[in-house]
Design a binder for this molecule. Structure first.
Ligand SMILES: Nc1ncnc2c1ncn2[C@@H]1O[C@H](COP(=O)(O)OP(=O)(O)OP(=O)(O)O)[C@@H](O)[C@H]1O
Ligand SMILES: [Mg+2]
Length: 490
């Protein structure tokens, strides 16, 4: 058997279990050293760089396992730490993984449960040292709002620059997730209207009956329920920019009114006679083919021509793969600082794998995959197999649902009690406002990610024996079957 690089240090106060572990692992070709005292263990770790993984008692006589973990991570943050705990409470699982523990085992455990965990930790430690460290992070990216190195994107940036100060209506088209909103915001930020309002209206999410009042406002009594005057979005955006997102969804009658406003630069509030002059620069976006839409009578041709004056077409990500490595670097560092992870690392080959994906959900999908991978890797190296499983899940969901739409998540708590793999729960300690979390569905997708991982990992460890997997996870067999079914994992 191939001897894995690196040594395992066991800190076990009782002595007997530690010696037994060292003996069994030695038989497996895993070089193991046992100490019965935490401070001695720390000393060994700090002087012996060939120690790559620590397996330690959680309950220690002189300090808590969490304090020890903190000290280990302070000195050698790349060393995976596995706990052996007497009691498996949810709070322990959450707190230990939150602070970066690799895994933990509940005593008593069999050596057959220990060996795969140790092997995985050694493998992760090995990858940690071998991986592409994206630490050569280009600092200038921090200030970057949008990545684009390929000629197609450079052309777009120039177009944004050319159009920014011109008071023309701009239509931005492109598949979902290609960055249309970013470009719309850039048109505002780089214009002489930068310090004026940027008002966004999503024509797809506002009911048709309310859209006109939303855009143009209404006078008191204009229609049933109009109990007070309302200032519409056009007026709110006066002097600034009005972003009409998903303009292809705008009802044809509203399109006629919009066209008039664009031509005359005046509006009427619903139910009002006054002609109000507004100076709002309109930027519209669509992921539809408006010509096709117009041929079907769903989009006014005259409005289309008016909008087409200045068009920016964002290419799908599959047509600008050259940008993928920089996008990966950008998102990785973005989420690393959000999740407070130093040194985000990818296993070799991950970038190449990402470069070859079809990305029907474009940049947003790539962003989601990286975020989910970072959450699931919990601060350790992001392994290729993990990214692959996340990609497979994304593919299963289909392009249509590549946004962060969260599926209903039931409680992960009972599953966490038998924590199998660390996952960063930056979300759980409130680093993000609850508003951000719910708005983006981040927490739900993170929990979903973790739950799916626990389920598959438990099944793998129990060789698909569901009763054993349920026991390992601390849930009933019925719950396990239900959760498996909900993820299509039966
Ligand atoms: N070139 C890029 N560099 C960095 N981030 C990007 C880039 N393009 C898109 N993004 C990010 O991807 C996500 C989707 O972008 P955006 O919302 O602008 O897309 P969209 O085209 O408006 O999508 P949709 O049609 O679904 O509304 C955002 O989080 C955005 O910040
Ligand atoms: Mg958008």
């Amino acid at each position: 058997m191939r001897r894995p690089n690196g040594k395992l240090l066991v800190i076990e106060e009782g002595g007997q279990l530690g010696r037994e572990i060292a003996r069994v692992l030695a038989e497996q070709g895993i070089h193991t050293e046992h100490v019965a005292d935490a401070s001695e263990g720390l000393e060994r770790l700090f002087i012996d760089s060939s120690i790559h993984v620590v397996l330690t008692d959680f309950e220690l006589s002189n300090e808590s396992g969490l304090d020890l973990l903190e000290r280990i991570r302070g000195e050698r943050s790349n060393v995976p730490v596995i706990f052996m705990a007497n009691e498996g409470t949810a709070s322990l699982a959450i707190e230990a993984t939150r602070r970066g523990a690799f895994d933990y085992l509940l005593k008593p455990f069999g050596m057959d449960a220990l060996i795969p965990v140790v092997r995985q930790a050694l493998r992760t430690a090995r990858l940690n040292r071998r991986t592409v460290h994206l630490g050569g992070f280009d600092e200038s990216l921090k200030a970057e709002f949008m990545i684009g190195r390929v000629p197609e994107m450079r052309r777009i940036f120039k177009e944004v620059g050319r159009l920014a100060d011109r008071n023309v209506t701009v239509l931005i088209s492109g598949e979902t997730g290609t960055g249309k909103e970013l470009v719309a915001r850039a048109l505002c930020q780089f214009s002489n209207r930068a310090d004026k309002p940027f008002i966004a209206v999503n024509c797809a999410t506002i009911p048709a009956s309310l859209l006109e009042s939303e855009l143009f406002g209404h006078e008191k009594g204009a229609f049933t329920g109009a109990s007070a005057r309302r200032i519409g979005r056009f007026e709110q955006a006066d002097g600034g920019t009005l972003f009409l997102d998903e303009i292809g969804e705008m009802p044809v009658e509203t399109q006629a009114k919009l066209l008039r406003v664009l031509q005359e630069k005046t509006i009427h509030r619903l139910g009002g006679n006054a002609e109000i002059t507004v100076d709002a620069r309109v930027v519209a976006a669509t992921n539809r083919d408006l010509y096709h839409h117009s041929a079907q009578g769903k989009f006014r041709e005259d409005l289309l021509y008016r909008l087409e004056g200045a068009t920016i077409r964002l290419p799908p990500l599959r047509d600008r793969r050259g940008d993928i490595p920089k996008l990966v670097e950008f998102f990785l560092h973005h989420y690393a600082s959000e999740f407070k992870i130093d040194n985000p690392r990818l296993e070799k080959g991950v970038v190449a794998m990402l470069e070859s994906c079809p990305w029907p959900g474009n940049v947003r999908q790539l962003q989601n995959v990286l975020r989910a991978s970072m959450i699931a890797a919990g601060g350790f190296v992001i392994e290729k197999s993990l990214v692959r499983s996340i990609l497979e899940r994304e593919a299963g969901r289909g392009a249509a649902s590549n946004t962060t739409t969260a599926s209903p998540t039931t409680s992960i708590q009972p599953l966490v009690t038998a924590s199998l793999k660390p996952w960063a729960d930056a979300k759980l300690d409130g680093q993000l406002s609850s508003q951000t979390v719910t708005a983006d569905g981040i927490l739900s997708s993170a929990l979903e990610e973790a739950e799916r991982y626990f389920l598959t990992e438990a099944l793998r460890r129990c060789r698909n024996n569901r009763t054993a997997a349920a026991k390992l996870l601390g849930v009933s067999r019925a719950t396990l079957l239900r959760r498996l079914a909900s993820y299509g994992l039966e």
